[in-house]
Ligand binder design. Structure first.
Ligand SMILES: Nc1ncnc2c1ncn2[C@@H]1O[C@H](COP(=O)(O)OP(=O)(O)OP(=O)(O)O)[C@@H](O)[C@H]1O
Ligand SMILES: [Mg+2]
Length: 451
């Protein structure tokens, strides 16, 4: 794997080589003694972190010298510039932070501390790049009604939507709850020729049968006890436009017959009415049931099933959409971050993994709700698995713990071996393992190794 690139800018060779010695194991280190070389190397190698000696930049009067920070950021806005400061340069160091430097660091250089700061800077830079990439991906792959998806299954769905939107075909949208069926129905309507005409939604599962009939077809005055005035139904309201029959699987057999008749002659009759009213309405329907099973069980009319399913769009469950999960999560994070005045939120690495690992029985709706909640509750900029109340988070943590254990055991074994071979000569062990003496002493104490 390619190492991340660090640029050290300092006019003292001794300091450069000291830092390089400490960092070269982990990073690809470039060095420059002056501003011009530094910028040239920055342009050529695009380092993730620049370690900049502040006295170099400040020699012409601080304000001018600090422009260098901007120049680095112009070359790569994700570059982290760390100022290395000597005595009495704290004011300039703070100024440099205001100018966009990531951090500052005091001379004389403590190499262990330096490593930690750099590791963190690289990590932050990478996170920012990744986040930037995801955000641009989201912009690229937003489709129709802001439907986000880049997985093969979703690309198929988009293709189908494009194909049917230019037609008046009836479309049956199936899929588990929360997979985006309503979103697709809206997209089919709003990309078609009827887009400026009404889009009327009715949830057949939420309304009792007697009421559903009058909701759909309307009634004449006096048609039944409570019918004090004449009322238009949803079909009439959707004339020239589209009606979306959500949860069609819940419709009673009686109403199914009536719907079938409309599909055949495109006319309705209000309850209690005598006139046949011709209408031009496109029908879209959705269900999270397996309608074929309902047909077999005698709960759904086979002829109606085929009439409605001229085209079918089957929404895949979220867990089968691969990388889309994280794209959606990032999109919701920035949407609700903005809404709640909490910009720049991001997921911790463990949170990203927990999101990818969870199987999302409630699909996109569940993901959206969990993120909305996490954003509202968030106290810090980084969202952790626990903020998302993900059950896999706990397992994830314990998985990490055991990984940590494995790492420690390997570290201990390697260290004791090197100590024995080198007869406890700390300088030699330090060279062999590429760690500083301070770190070595800490490790010897941590693992309680004895000669
Ligand atoms: N691909 C997607 N991109 C962005 N947002 C989505 C996507 N899919 C679903 N959503 C959002 O998820 C939520 C649920 O979607 P929707 O209501 O369309 O699902 P549904 O399949 O109709 O669910 P149900 O069966 O429970 O009615 C909505 O807030 C919707 O905006
Ligand atoms: Mg729905």
């Amino acid at each position: 794997m390619n190492k991340n690139i660090i640029l050290i800018v300092d006019d003292e060779e001794g300091i450069r080589s000291q830092m390089k010695w400490a960092l070269a194991d982990t990073y690809d280190v470039k060095e420059a003694a002056g501003e011009e070389d530094a910028l040239e190397l920055a342009r050529e190698f695009n380092p993730q972190v620049v370690l900049q000696d502040i006295s170099l930049t400040a020699r012409e009067g601080a304000a001018e010298g600090l422009d260098l920070i901007e120049k680095y950021l112009d070359i790569n806005k994700f570059c982290k510039v760390i100022m290395v400061t000597g005595h009495g340069e704290k004011v300039n160091a703070l100024k440099s932070i205001r100018m966009g430097a990531y951090d500052f660091f005091n001379k004389p250089v403590d190499l262990d501390q330096l490593k930690i700061i750099i590791d963190r800077a690289v990590w932050v830079s990478q996170l920012e790049m990744e986040n930037n990439y995801l955000t641009s991906e989201i912009a690229r792959i937003k489709n129709f009604e802001d439907i986000i998806g880049d997985s093969d299954k979703m690309l198929d769905t988009f293709k189908t939507i494009k194909t049917v939107s230019g037609t008046d075909y009836t479309v049956m949208i199936t899929g588990e709850s929360g997979t985006g069926k309503e979103l697709v129905a809206k997209a089919v309507h709003s990309t078609g020729a009827r887009r400026d005409k009404p889009f009327v939604i009715i949830n057949c599962g939420a309304i009792p049968e007697a009421l559903l009939e009058s909701e759909l077809y309307g009634h004449e005055k006096g048609a039944f006890t409570d019918a004090h005035i004449q009322k238009q139904g949803k079909f009439e309201l959707a004339d020239q436009g589209t009606i979306f029959l959500d949860e069609i699987g819940e419709m009673s057999l009686t109403l199914q017959v009536k719907l079938l008749r409309f599909l055949e002659d495109h006319k309705i009759e209000r309850i209690g009415g005598r006139d046949q009213i011709p209408l031009n309405v496109r029908i879209l329907a959705a269900t999270n049931r397996n309608l074929m099973d309902e047909v077999k069980a005698g709960n759904f009319r086979e002829d109606l099933f085929y009439r409605l399913s001229v085209i079918t769009v089957d929404m895949p469950p979220l867990r089968d959409r691969g990388h889309d999960i994280l794209l959606l999560a990032t999109a919701f994070l920035s949407r609700y971050g903005e809404e709640n005045n909490k910009p720049n939120l991001s997921f911790s690495e463990a949170a990203s993994r927990a999101i990818a690992a969870y199987d999302w029985p409630g699909n996109v709706r569940e993901l959206e709700n969990k993120i909305k909640r996490a954003v509202i509750m968030a106290q810090e900029k980084r969202i952790k698995p626990i903020d998302l109340t993900l059950p896999s988070a706990a397992a994830e943590e314990s998985g990490r713990q055991s990984l940590q254990k494995i790492r420690e055991e390997a570290e201990k074994a390697c260290l004791s071996e090197s100590l024995v071979i080198n007869n406890w000569n700390i300088s030699r062990v330090s060279r062999e393992l590429g760690t500083s003496r301070t770190t070595l002493y800490d490790l010897i104490q941590k693992y309680q190794l004895k000669k």
